[in-house]
Ligand binder design. Structure first.
Ligand code: FE2
Length: 218
């Protein structure tokens, strides 16, 4: 047996979704989670570890790796894997068993102020998800005190922009093909009606509002 080496906390890990792999049935199958989390998400983690081994990025936290490897808009090869790891963590926690329904509290107030209604906001969100050509992501975010809808191609994520993400839906084909084949609209509608975690969105909004308040107090 090899001699023992000092224990070092692994900065990059494959985080499991915050529910069992069959918990989103029948709207997102266990098979989809087995492939999407167990194969795709895992590959992003494994590939990132290989890419940054021996580089100045090794040992940094994931968010720091994302910002540094974005390289001011000329991304280094490790950016795609790093951002995809973060995006998938965020996506899993943007859903919950028994999701859907309606937002409440401050989130609902902001949505009604900025979009008139939750339905109007989600129509725009759905449009963003459907018009993202090819692979990418559609986001609900918080920017300059307002609720916004954004979309990003491939692995690009809000950490390199100026808004705080509240919820994301993955519109890479690997997110829905096993359950919905080519029917991205059905997948996005189901995400909105049955899977979205408004609790997570509210928690993230509270943090974004607090962070903005602390910043402006400086
Ligand atoms: Fe994905």
């Amino acid at each position: 047996m090899a001699s023992s080496t000092p224990a070092v906390a692994a900065p990059l890990v494959l985080n499991p979704p915050p529910y069992s792999l069959d918990a989103l049935e029948p709207y997102m199958s266990k098979t989809t989670l087995e492939f999407h989390w167990g194969k795709h998400h895992r590959a992003y983690v494994d590939n990132l570890k290989k890419q940054i081994a021996g580089t100045e990025l090794n040992g940094l936290g994931l968010e720091e790796i994302i910002v540094k490897s974005y390289n001011g808009g000329s991304p280094l090869p490790s950016f795609n894997n790093a951002a995809q790891v973060w995006n998938h963590d965020f996506f899993w926690s943007s859903m919950k068993p028994g999701g859907g329904g309606q937002p409440v509290g401050a989130l609902l107030e902001l949505i009604e102020r900025d979009f008139d209604s939750v339905d109007a906001l989600m129509d725009e969100f759905k449009q963003a998800a459907l018009t993202q050509f090819g692979s990418g992501w559609a986001w609900l975010g918080y920017k300059n005190g307002k609720i916004v809808v954004e979309k990003t191609p491939n692995a690009v994520n809000p950490l390199v922009f100026d808004y705080d993400p509240l919820v994301v839906v993955d519109v890479w084909e690997h997110a829905y093909y096993l359950d919905y084949q080519n029917r991205r609209p059905d997948f996005v509608s189901t995400f909105i009606d049955k899977l979205i975690s408004w609790d997570a969105a509210s928690e993230r909004l509270d943090k974004a509002i607090s962070a903005a308040a602390s910043k402006s107090a400086l």
